[in-house]
Design a binder for this molecule. Sequence first.
Ligand code: BGC
Length: 869
Amino acid sequence: MTGHLQIERLRCEHRAGTVVIDVAQPRFSWQVSSPRNGAEQRSYQIRVSTDARQLDSSPDLWDSGRIESSACSLVAYEGKSLSSRTRAYWSVTAWDELGNETSATGAPFELGLLRPGDWQAHWITPDPRPLNAETGSVSYLATTFEIPEAGPDSPRLQIHATALGLYELHVNGTRVGNRWLTPGWTDYDRRLHYDTYEINELVHSGTNTLIAVLAEGWYAGWLGFVGGREYHGDTPQILVQIEMDGTVVATSDDSWKVIDGPVRTSDFLKGEHQDLTHRLDSMCVLGATRRSAGPTGQLLPSPCEPVRVTDQITPVGIQRLGPQRHLIDFGQNLVGRVRIRANGVENTQVTVRHAEMLDATGALYTANLRSATSTDTYVLDGQTRWLEPAFTFHGFRYAEIDGCDQLAPGDVAAVVLRSDLETTSTWLSSHPGLNQLHSNIVWGAKGNFLEVPTDCPQRDERLGWTGDAQVFAPTANYILDTAAFFTKWARDLVDAQSDEGGFPDVAPRVVDPYDGAAGWADAGVLVPWAAFTKNGDKRVLAEHFPAMQRWVHYVHEVNPNLLWLQRRNQDVGDWLHLDAPTDKDLIATAFFAHSTRTTARAAAALGLQREQAELDQLADGIVQAFRAAFVVDGGRLKDETQTAYALALRFGLIPESDRAGAVDNLVACIDARGGRLSTGFLGVAHLLPALSDGGRADIAYDLLLAEDYPSWLYAVNAGATTIWERWDGWTVDRGFQDPEMNSFNHYAFGAVGEWMYRTAAGIDWTAAAATSDGVQQVTFAPCPTVRLEHIRARVETPAGPAECGWRWSERTLHVDIEAPLSSRCHVYLPIKPSAPHQSRILELESGRHRFQIPADQVGWAAPPEGQLS
Ligand code: BGC
């Protein structure tokens, strides 16, 4: 009997669905739910088998037996050793405290090609190399392979493939898989990811045709702001291996031919050119291939979800500009590409240009794309066809399409592309503007989490800017399942670390080759740590810890007096603040203290006591040096900016006795700006938390709800559908900011999202592996304001969904909570300390809870975890 106990969200190595992994001891996660309050998982049993039919009765790889434990996250496999190509099925059974039992089966997992000898394929490249330096070469390579007549047990057919560049595969005329822009972006000479596809449905016995399309992408195409390309190499190459039941039946080799095909050129910044009169025809041989050296690094299955099409958006407006010209408004600034149904006569050219904004005349505003021409062109072949690029992406809300006589709403769509991470939360309030702000934050995260966390998706940039990611990661951890994505990027950060220990400004390290600036390079410590506290992957933390330590030593080594004055490299400071520069020595030293303390906490979480003691001692010293250099009496900072106070308060740099004074001084700084914010990237994430932690949630709400310039809602009221790079990206008085630095899809200022979830709605958690007793901790501390009628949020924590909402009605505050199972949950009710008969802090059992607080007893104080260090 199940008592409605249920197991959901089964994951292997953080991922749902069938995964190919290179992990000897994969970890399993699941969530248990029950409609009954107080239900708890008391024990579990995991079974793993190579034979799905034997999974329940006699699993041949592992039967954990019944384990008395509430653990449900990242439980490690402890069965027989797993070798290359092992495909395994797993299931979990859970029991609650009443003995109710429930079981569920996860998607199979498969071990990849673990030994170098497993790869028999050869790296190949077109010979001669295609010439198209400006707009990105694309080549079509073709071969055939034989599949014997199938016996009674039909064999499993798979392709393993990767490229230096981008590739897609077509078997017998059908595109293989639903991944795009594969194999993604890494430092290819250190690690390169490959993909594995099941192709049983696509092949038949006898001769089959395989066509591989090879483009430049991150490997050789244009990237960044300095007008450069070929950062990783100049010759795209491909590696393909076809296997039948694990036996290699065909591989890439120099017998492959170069053939003709429609995609002529493609580049992320320039766009794609297709000539459909060049049909894809494996018989039309244009040239040969040759073997190439391939990369020198490791070949690994990707640890993260690939880029996929996650949405398709129909236009909200189609304006006819001329006989063959249309302006399309998709109503949402997004990342992806335009699909068009075209039926013009042969040799008609269709041109698609993209823009995030329109100018004052209603035309596409493209000046802010800088050198990214972002234009797709097609030469039609006289057939009715859907046009869509394959190897590029754009950031846009508007598209101008030239060359189509008619375009009805069903003829055009925007296709959304992103790393396919699950959306893990909802946030809703009584304020439409705040709801739009939340939507803008979510769209910013989705659009800029494409293979790596980027700064922006539209102009000639698209780099893994570490500062932007550092600022936004805590928000991202609420709204997307970042576990696998940040696991992958943590490795990119390590690959990009210099021999001396410097993390970079961008990872992978291209375009901007220097070691990183304060608040940027610190991402190497702060992003993995933030991901660990929310996702609880101790293995990733352990793998990453030496790099964190090296970073701290790198700064310390040349700053023995503990003020970070040397080695600040690009030193951009509080980037894009509003006429409120903060002393860069103060900023850097604050981050030095914070990264050192965070590394000490990581050591503690890993049980590394000696390292923890050393790092804490160093952090204490940096805090003292900070106070001596930058703090004067009564919590007053020498440099009085909002960012200076926000960082000093949040990073624990102000003596306890002076914190209240520092909060008052922060409020005075805000008053001096007419009650408006002035922070740049580094201050923005900490401004509202510093206020509410210091008892001034009222001022935090004033800033959040402000509608005058500068504010979050100013952009919302101006029609923003994503977060802008600058507070004044566009203003009524001045129009557009300098197009040299004016993206309309840059997530850093969306870092306020963390406050909207953690404080306004009141949900926070620490993953099981990051707590002292190994049980996930969830804190509900809703922060109501009389300026709003209600806020409610729901978040998938590793152990299960947590929900918290508050609503005013009839002079009463109603608080509704859903507490997950397998967690230690507390609520901090927003009650004045003087209120009678109610405890402020309660431990909650799993399930739904409702509290009512008379309006005159409502008061709020931050729970103790507010300060970061
Ligand atoms: C990027 C930013 C980045 C900054 C730092 C810009 O060009 O777009 O987001 O953090 O440079 O230098």
